[in-house]
Design a binder for this molecule. Structure first.
Ligand code: CA
Length: 571
């Protein structure tokens, strides 16, 4: 007998709430790992390596080193071709198939500009992952989404964006790579284990969250569940905000990081807390009643009445923040992206933790904000039709955003031409984002989460999307899609927040056991994330909170340890 059946639970029975997961574990395989290199050869796919990785290998990108199960690692390329720029293109991928296998497939969607095949571990998307899909027995696929990042002194900081001149590479990055990878991955799994996966999932944050939302819309037939963290589902429009922010901050000081020293943004965060912390019934350094805070807090009240001091902001600084938080508009006053909420996480400054400061004001590259050092290249090459080339050095990139015209350049995100037949909004965003009827009809489940202080993609945009989804689904979107807003959280991690959580287990329980997530436990990382106050712990246990499905918010029960999630409820 080839298979070790640990728990009987067939595909049909899995729909029942009582059915336990994992359904079964497959620990012997009909086609050995090394044989896959010759035995797995569907049209358009080339396996470049297949190797057995022994148990115990450590995984990267997690809170601490964890040992991996033994697994088969397969690397390959799909649809190799020469682009219109004369350069070689392919959809590069890596698949890790563990023994034992739990019968599930996870497509790990990556962040940024893609262009790199990140290790296919399926680390849960949060600050400081403590588990991953591979450890749990999933077969995990990761890809470069159809292009390889270029690295050379000549291309500099736009090496991750140059693919945008090739029309097909744009479409693969936008959505087509995942549409080609998922069926191939299931075939590869079937070849190795002798049967296809029972369940298919996708998980990612940032651009990876966008991939997941696009998949629920375009490839509803391919995924049973998706996790979209801090999703950049309107990425081309969010990129218009990059130029808006750079222009606003530069008006205060051409040296962008000097426009707001860390102490000034800390002041803003402190003042937000002063007005909003207790609106949720508990002064705990977290703004749980985010909607009420928007009415209570007025940035203009921070403006100095005399000279600039540590306790106030200059008039140009206030003007800049008013602009940035209102979001970009054109000369007619038409909104080009979204507005942004005031929250206690806007003072976060830790580079490497996806902080507000790192993205908007001062990041790891040449002291420039990430929206300038890296975002400008995306605006130029990927989100403009036709591409508007820019040199890959910091002064040129910043200049391109300073020169950005919101009346004549912003419309390029909607533009097409004979060569680029889909606009960047078309290829990057989910079509009919608020109508997920096919996904719902097939029993698909979707968990979205978003940091209230995300500096890159506005949580307000995601809330607006969710409310539109709810309207389109007769007020019952929560039956298949739930949004968890996270107070203080910055971009996928960081900020004064309970940023460590496991949405993957929550999603699997929803899809396979019918247990809809009423709340998800989240934990802070005092001593690891420097933006978390030292007092966020009791007796050595870090602060925890329930994350609540929108529009619910966490509320203190009125008694019990304020650092313990058990003292809170969602309401
Ligand atoms: Ca509070």
């Amino acid at each position: 007998m080839r298979y070790v059946i640990l728990a009987a639970c067939g595909a049909g029975a899995a729909l029942l709430a009582s059915c336990a997961a994992p359904e079964k574990k497959v620990s012997a395989v009909p086609v050995d790992c090394a044989q896959l290199a010759v035995k797995f050869a569907p049209a358009g796919t080339r396996i470049t390596a297949a190797e057995s990785v022994p148990a115990g290998a450590t995984v990267t990108g997690m809170a601490q080193p964890y040992p991996m199960p033994a697994h088969c690692k397969v690397t390959g390329r799909m649809h190799e071709r020469t682009g219109t720029d004369g350069k070689p293109y392919a959809i590069g991928f890596e698949m890790r198939m563990p023994a034992p296998w739990n019968g599930r497939f996870l497509l790990q969607a990556n962040g940024g500009n893609d262009g790199v095949v990140q290790p296919a571990f399926g680390n849960v998307v949060s600050g400081g992952a403590t588990t991953n899909a591979l450890m749990q027995g999933f077969a995990v696929l990761s890809s470069d989404a159809g292009h390889a990042m270029e690295r050379s002194p000549e291309v500099g900081l736009v090496g991750g964006n140059l693919f945008g001149v090739d029309p097909q590479a744009r479409l693969d990055y936008g959505y087509q790579a995942n549409g080609k990878l998922a069926p191939m991955a299931r075939q590869l799994i079937a070849t190795h284990y002798g049967e296809p996966p029972k369940r298919s999932y996708m998980m990612g944050c940032s651009n990876g969250g966008r991939h997941a939302m696009v998949a629920a819309s375009r490839y509803a037939d391919q995924f049973d569940g998706v996790i979209a963290g801090n999703p950049g589902f309107n990425l081309p429009k969010a990129a218009v905000q990059h130029a808006w922010d750079i222009q606003a901050f530069s008006a205060v000081n051409p040296d962008i990081k000097a426009a707001f020293p860390p102490s000034d943004m800390k002041l803003v965060a402190d003042k937000v807390l002063e007005k909003c912390d207790a609106l949720d019934g508990l002064a705990d350094g977290m703004v749980d009643n985010m909607p009420a805070c928007q009415k209570a807090f007025d940035i203009k009240a921070l403006q100095c009445t005399g000279g600039k001091t540590a306790q106030c902001l200059s008039a140009p600084q206030v003007t800049a923040l008013v602009k940035v938080f209102a979001g970009p508009v054109n000369r007619k006053g038409e909104k080009l992206y979204s507005d942004w909420p005031w929250d206690a996480g806007v003072g976060a400054s830790q580079i490497g933790f996806g902080s507000w400061r790192a993205w908007k004001l001062q990041g790891p590259i040449a002291g420039l904000p990430i929206i300038g050092a890296l975002g400008a290249g995306s605006v130029a090459y990927v989100f403009s039709t036709p591409p508007k080339p820019v040199a890959g050095n910091p002064p040129a990139l910043i200049k391109s955003l300073l020169d950005y015209n919101f009346d004549t350049d912003a419309p390029r995100v909607f533009a097409t031409d004979a060569k680029y037949t889909e606009s960047s909004v078309q290829f990057m965003t989910p079509p009919n984002a608020t109508d997920l009827s096919p996904f719902k009809a097939r029993g698909g489940k979707m968990i979205v989460y978003h940091g209230n202080s995300d500096p890159v993609f506005s949580v307000n945009d995601t809330i607006n999307w969710y409310e539109g989804l709810n309207r389109n689904h007769a007020g019952k979107a929560a039956d298949f899609a739930r949004l968890f807003t996270v107070p203080g959280l910055n971009h996928c991690q960081g900020g004064p927040a309970t940023e460590q959580f496991d949405m993957l287990t929550a999603l699997v329980n929803w899809v396979e056991k019918g247990q809809a997530p009423e709340s998800v436990l989240a934990t802070a990382r005092p001593g690891v994330n420097p933006d978390v106050p030292a007092g966020w712990q009791s007796n050595g246990k870090p602060r925890s909170r329930p994350l609540c499905p929108w529009p619910q918010q966490a509320r203190y029960k009125g008694a019990g340890d304020i650092n313990d999630a058990a003292s809170f409820r969602c309401q």
